[in-house]
Ligand binder design. Sequence first.
Ligand SMILES: *Cc1c(COP(=O)(O)O)cnc(C)c1O
Length: 384
Amino acid sequence: MRDLAANLERQKALNLYRTRRVLESPAGVTAVIDGQRYLSFCSNDYLGLANHPEVIQALQQGAVEYGVGSGAAHLMSGHSRAHHALEEELAAFTRRPRALLFSTGYMANLGVVSTLAQRGDTVYADRLNHASLVDAALLSQARLRRYPHADSATLGKWLVDDSNEDSWIISDGVFSMDGDLAPLPQFAALARQHQAGLVIDDAHGFGVLGQHGGGIAEHFALDAAQVPVLIGTLGKAFGTFGAFVAGSEDLIETLIQHARSYIYTTALPPAIAQATRVSLRLVQTESWRREHLMHLVTRFRTGMEQRGFLSMLMPSPTPIQPLRVGDAARALALSNALLAHGILISAIRPPTVPQGSARLRITFSASHSDAHIDTLLNALSEVL
Ligand SMILES: *Cc1c(COP(=O)(O)O)cnc(C)c1O
């Protein structure tokens, strides 16, 4: 057997060893760790819904009505009225004929890509796609070609060269560790031109982009014909748990028949679906959350520019505002220095991001105030 201890030691020596912080508080702007309070800038709870009183109440009532566990997979006896209603509401929200719930985004990606792409097909994937999309492409056994980040020109050339195969373009909508957007109008045009499939995982766009929180598709005003397979997760801006796929009747029925990560797993708790129905309503109706979030992004970027640090920020228009560091040891040291200033931001290191591109992944939530941003700016000035 491989020497596990030696491997772990090597990871420590490379500053790539990961540890978990034990939180004693709900997701929110304040994180309590070891009894100490920190101002947190590292959750994906972009709209501040994970600890929202109405969402909590819906979860509690859902548990009273449906119990805790769903008791079975969706195709056995686990598909409740709560799941079904949420699917209908997600279909209306995404303006697609149907939506299908998955237990996690990771599983949604595995199920969708491995069902659609087959051996002999080619999957074109962005080099910075989320790990779950990479794993999904490998599982599908299709040929995998990874194009340079957001590079629709290279993708276009590759599609011309490979034009006699079934092909799939697969991308994050908003990139999870970079915060930038896929060039979706160009991808939609390429997909149409080459009769390729287009699969977009908008885990970080839903709730955040678009006037009603409809994500990158709403942002670019692209319809179901242009973006036929749209994946969203519920554990980020929606503040709950789970994931969904939205698309045509045939797409959803195909997934129900064939997606193994849909069929062979327990349905998520119905109470979570009930909580998500409330958060979905808040996502759509409380647009002030998105407006405030964008205001915080502008305040932060302006403040960094005034302090001479703008060039360290990656060019992101979203609440994911990564600060480029490069070296893994330095990223860790900066994260620790910020902790000493009472600020929690995680250092993101390889293999989550490419070698030499370690960073501090700063994220904002609608629950942050202007004063929180100013506290962060002052702390960054001191540690940088
Ligand atoms: C978080 C994330 C996922 C996984 O979603 P989970 O519900 O957490 O499993 C998938 N894709 C992207 C781009 C993500 O950021």
